[in-house]
Design a protein around this ligand. Structure first.
Ligand code: FAD
Length: 455
């Protein structure tokens, strides 16, 4: 009999899993369910669509279900929500949302790629039509429509992570006066203090009104049901549009219903083939936790990079292959107006909590030779373990080339290189691209003095 593989979730991890399963076993019946209208859509691009750097909406959803079926050989059911899984009978109950009827599907292997959900703030007014999340393409289209139709002048963003940063720029490009309400002193809590100061400086330079240490108390609404003000512990901020960007949580309703083991962050735990604790059920993407390769602990890192790799792994393995996903170092970058900001590996706080003995150094270098046109400053904070001399984390912020340098440091972290080894990397020197001593080498030379790795 043909192998039956069901995949639940059609954004990043699900389509990756389904395509890979079909490629691995051409004879398998692979079926993908997505409760929304779109599959394989580019949510990461939505901030740039709102900011109009990307104007062609069709590019955000390049694969419609029919296309996907034709090119990948996977049967796609959009507007179908999987409501129940029966692991003993190996069946799933699916609601066809279009015709409002339920259907039963049998499986040999099932892959959960149910992703994550935007966190709610839990205040009355949150459902108002001018309060948005950016978690799906539908959210992005709804916000774009609202901006085009109602031409809001004042935007309030509640949050302070990388999505909030991207949306500050997007709203700025729409000419909106934007206030960012954040619970901490500085934006981007996972970065080191110096990097966070650089981010704040860039926000302020671009007219973002940053309000630190704010607790959101209420949304004031008008007679039409729109929010007019965000009320905080330190006063009210007028708003024509409110964006909630306070993070996401793993969507594990189905995983819980089959009693799959969850981790301390609430995500599904899997082995290196993405197999859950439940027979014949795999999980991939934002619904899962990820093994952090630096401290060998679980982390919750909802990123498209992991969703795609875990999806591939689950799909291939479910179809009879031997794929493995070992984990990641948490490599993440964001463009904040004119600067690039990236973080790789552990933060100093995480390093401390993981039992390392972190030492840190901060250097400022040039992206090209200093007098070459377009040369910009690059700030590197590197974190090493004093005992082993290993590089375990870094932030890179500044001009063009920052993210590429962060990637090099990321590779060094993943390869467990010592600061001494990083300081001896054979990096290119060429005036338009890098000074003779690339900022990475300068950072490594500096920090290795604080570790036991000086030779
Ligand atoms: C604005 C924004 C920018 C981002 N930028 C980046 C970036 O630059 N780099 C990066 O690496 N990551 C980025 N991310 C994160 C990345 O988008 C996510 O990690 C990725 O989308 C996760 O994919 P997923 O398939 O696991 O989950 P999701 O994207 O959450 O998709 C899960 C899908 O499953 C469907 N589903 C859930 N339950 C059911 C059910 N019971 N039945 C049927 N369907 C169901 C949902 O409708 C959804 O479509 C960004 C995220 C956002 C919001």
């Amino acid at each position: 009999m043909r192998q039956r593989i069901l995949v639940i979730g059609g954004l990043a991890a699900g389509p990756a899993a389904a395509s890979k399963a079909k490629r691995t076993n051409r004879d398998a019946d692979v079926v993908l369910f997505e409760q929304g209208e779109h599959i394989s859509s580019g949510i990461c691009e939505v901030p740039y669509f709102i900011g109009r750097s990307i104007t062609d909406a069709e590019k955000l959803s390049p694969l419609n279900p029919l296309n996907f079926e034709r090119t990948r050989g996977v049967k796609v059911h959009v507007l179908h929500r999987v409501e129940e899984i029966h692991p003993v009978q190996k069946k799933a109950t699916v609601r066809d949302l279009y015709h409002n009827k339920t259907l039963q599907f049998e499986y040999d292997k099932l892959i959960l790629a149910t992703g994550s959900q935007a966190k709610a703030i839990g205040l009355a007014g949150e459902e108002a039509r001018n309060v948005f999340h950016v978690k799906s393409l539908a959210d992005g289209f709804a916000m774009k429509h609202f901006i085009d139709e109602e031409k809001p002048k004042h935007a309030v963003i509640i949050g302070g992570g990388y999505v909030a940063m991207e949306m500050c720029e997007a709203f700025g490009m729409q000419g909106m006066e934007t206030t960012l309400l954040h619970r901490d002193d500085l934006p981007m809590s996972r970065l080191e203090t110096e990097s966070r100061k650089i981010v704040l400086e860039e926000l302020v330079k671009n007219s973002i009104r940053f309000q630190a240490r704010r607790i959101i108390k209420a949304f004031k609404t008008d007679a039409t049901g729109k929010v007019t003000d965000v009320v905080t512990d330190a006063g009210s901020v007028p708003a024509d549009l409110v964006l909630l960007a306070i993070g996401v949580a793993p969507n594990v309703e189905l995983a819980k219903s089959v009693r799959a083991q969850l981790g301390s962050f609430g995500g599904v735990l899997t082995d290196q083939h993405q197999i859950t604790s439940v027979d014949s059920i795999y999980a991939a993407g934002d619904c899962c936790e990820v093994k952090n390769l630096v401290n060998n602990r679980w982390m919750y890192a909802p990123l498209a990079t992991y969703a795609a790799r875990q999806g591939w792994t689950a799909g291939e393995h479910a179809a009879g292959g031997s794929a493995v996903f070992k984990g990641g170092i948490r490599a993440i970058a964001v463009k904040v107006f004119g600067i690039e900001v990236a973080s790789v590996g552990l933060s100093s706080t995480e390093a401390e909590a993981s039992g390392f003995h972190p030492v840190m150094d901060y250097i400022v270098g040039d992206s090209k030779i200093s007098f070459y046109p377009g040369s910009e400053k690059i700030h590197i904070i590197s974190i090493a373990d004093k005992k082993s001399g290993r590089l375990i984390g870094a932030n890179v912020a500044g001009g063009s080339g920052s993210v590429l340098r962060a990637n090099i440091l990321g590779v060094a972290i993943q390869q467990k290189m010592t600061m001494d080894e990083v300081s001896k990397l054979d990096l290119i020197y060429a005036p338009p691209f890098s000074p003779l001593w690339d900022p990475i080498l300068t950072a490594a030379h500096q920090l290795r003095k604080q570790t036991g790795s000086v030779k």
